[in-house]
Write a protein that binds this ligand. Structure first.
Ligand SMILES: [Mg+2]
Length: 224
């Protein structure tokens, strides 16, 4: 409770929208890992006639050359064309089975639904988001992909655009996500009440939450 007051400094009755990042927040990394580090290396190995492990090294090096600060990092279309692998559709379909939600997700969404408008604000492209959110998409009034809808990373400007689209002020929005820069710092810079999610307590930031149930408790306690 104290953490909440320190981080937000806002009464919860102002909050109308609760925004979630997707990967690492609602959905485990299993699906994405499968696409980037299993499917793509597998196809690349086949195309080049090399061992899978060698292919994985090569594609990982290519990913690192681009890095997570550039749009291409998140763009499955870019990588399929970069490695000349054809269309990604069948791979996406095949890896759907790897989509997993964190255990508290259904309960939290169920509790908050009706009290707040729930949205997704993700850096994942729309080619992948419907798969990732399959089974929980009905909870969300809107799904925003920074890359597909606005051609940008989750910069402060992205959050402004989301608020403008919802016709709401940033201080009426809570956002939670697992990326310190894209979900916490940038959302806060836009004036949003942001929470950092650190499920494994790896980042070591004092005010990070460790699961979505903590967000639910705080919102409901303070919002009534
Ligand atoms: Mg994330």
């Amino acid at each position: 409770m104290v953490v909440f007051e320190i981080v937000l400094k806002k009464p919860m009755d102002e909050i109308e929208v609760v925004s979630f990042d997707a990967e690492g927040t609602l959905v485990t990394p299993d699906f994405s890992y499968g696409i980037w580090y299993e499917a793509i290396p597998e196809l690349y190995a086949r195309r080049e006639g090399i061992e899978f492990e060698r292919a994985r090294e090569i594609v990982s090096e290519e990913y690192q050359k681009v890095g997570s600060q550039r749009l291409e990092w998140y763009d499955i279309g870019y990588w399929f064309s970069h490695f000349d692998l054809g269309a990604p559709d069948s791979v996406i379909e095949r890896f759907k089975r790897k989509v997993r939600y964190y255990p508290e997700v259904h309960d939290v969404l169920l509790s908050l639904n009706g009290r707040y408008k729930l949205i997704v604000a993700s850096g994942t492209p729309m080619e992948l988001l419907p798969c990732l959110l399959h089974g929980i998409e009905s909870y969300f009034a809107n799904i925003f992909s920074s890359i597909s809808h606005y051609g940008q990373l989750k910069e402060p400007d992205f959050y402004f655009k989301v608020c403008r689209s919802l016709e709401i002020q940033p201080n009426q929005v809570v956002h939670i996500g697992d990326n310190w820069q894209f979900d916490f710092l940038n959302a806060r810079q836009a004036g949003i009440c942001a929470f950092h999610l650190d499920r494994k307590r790896e980042a070591g930031y004092q005010h990070s939450l460790t699961d979505l149930a903590q967000l639910k408790v705080n919102l409901i306690s303070y919002g009534g």
